[in-house]
Design a protein around this ligand. Sequence first.
Ligand code: GLN
Length: 498
Amino acid sequence: MTDALHHRSITAHAAALRAGEYSCEELTRHFLARIEKSERLNSLITVTAEGALAQARDADRALRQNGGGAGALAGIPLVHKDLFCTRGVLTSCGSKMLENFISPYDAHIIEKLGAAGAVSLAKSNMDEFAMGASTETSYYGAARNPWDEARVPGGSSGGSAAAVAAGLAAAATASDTGGSIRQPAAFCSLTGIKPSYGRVSRYGMVAFASSLDQGGVIARSAEDAALLLREISGFDARDATSLREEVPDYPNLLNGGGGGGGSPPLSGMTVGLPKEFFGDGVAEDVAAAAQTAAEQLQKLGAKICEVELPNSAAAVPCYYVLAPAEASSNLARFDGIRYGHRAAKYADLNDFYERTRAEGFGAEVKRRLLVGAFVLAAGYYDAYYIKAQKLRRLIAEDFARAFEKCDILAGPTTPQTAFALGEKLGDPVAMYYSDIFTNAVNLAGLPGISIPAGFDRAGLPVGLQLIGRYLDEASLLRAAHQFQLATDWHLRAPENFS
Ligand code: GLN
């Protein structure tokens, strides 16, 4: 347990900033000093110290003038995943292709958090174009897990997770196409929420697989995640799939629902445990921790039932047809003419394209582009792409059926805890299977959250994933918050960064 300044919650910072306990500039300098000392984690690509200090001074001014009127995020130092466009700052996507891309505009998420007064400390490391589960495919080198520096922090938002876990920022933005918020949150003992598809605008978030991509946050607690999610959610005309739906007041719903008249806080909520999530291939300690967490939810008043997601086994294969197909289309724009790195020497136009893309993309991205072009080719389209679309529907229907019996689902976020650096790099399929419990959630467009649920015998964090009905982030956050009021897993910090 730690009460160190850099591991405090957003709510605690907000109160201390208002009470004058420390200024936002002091807090920002504190994080910047920690960032400098933690370079070995390689969690960040660009540190924007000057900009951060300027924002911090602005926030201090706003807090002085406006105090309580300034929002809860005023003066809160964050890091942003390096696929969110940030005006005047490198937005590399972890790729050589974009190593010189200074974005001329801010992504929706960046704009919203900036307007709320949050401070942007740095851009975080990530798998190249968000393709990976370990942050090892980054052009800028692998990031490390603060809980065990010989292990990966997960991916693709591993830089965001490592930075928050190490106390280099109060929280971070991240994106999730097949698990990239939840899996790194699980590996680093943090709370990561992937909202429903369409809840948060994708404007300015570099596209990987547009029908699956969703921006969200990695934070220290469900309460912090609720504050951030409320800020970034909502309709944005610049994203054609953004929803015109009212945004619930998440922070104020954390204690809602049960609890009235002295009944336990989660009474009235039914939690389904998908039997496929507790089967073979799940490490013993992980399954045990998830089971214990489910019992904790029961103690809090929830009803527990078993449910089935019979098409679960199809999720990874289905995802690895659809995501590469969309990626091959999205990444066509990086041709050295419209966007990106440009080959210096070439014979003719075709040679120029070939060299540009051969030089600019790393191995994993190339693998996806090849698979994507293959499954979309005339002779294979029906056999692969269309078939995967049909599977996607079956997977979504599984969830719909499960939600007839329960309100949220719970299970391990990942089958194993953080693996060693290099362990899965030579075996892409093994890497893909670390998202076996998260891929399906993106295919169905549902919200999912990972919360700290204990440690395995090696002392590595275990994550519990909660999955909700479409647009029901509020139930996930409420269950997560009540769980965190009753447990202290989320309050622990890695020894070397306490
Ligand atoms: N690990 C998955 C992949 O490599 C998911 C990545 C993500 O969510 N961005 O595609």
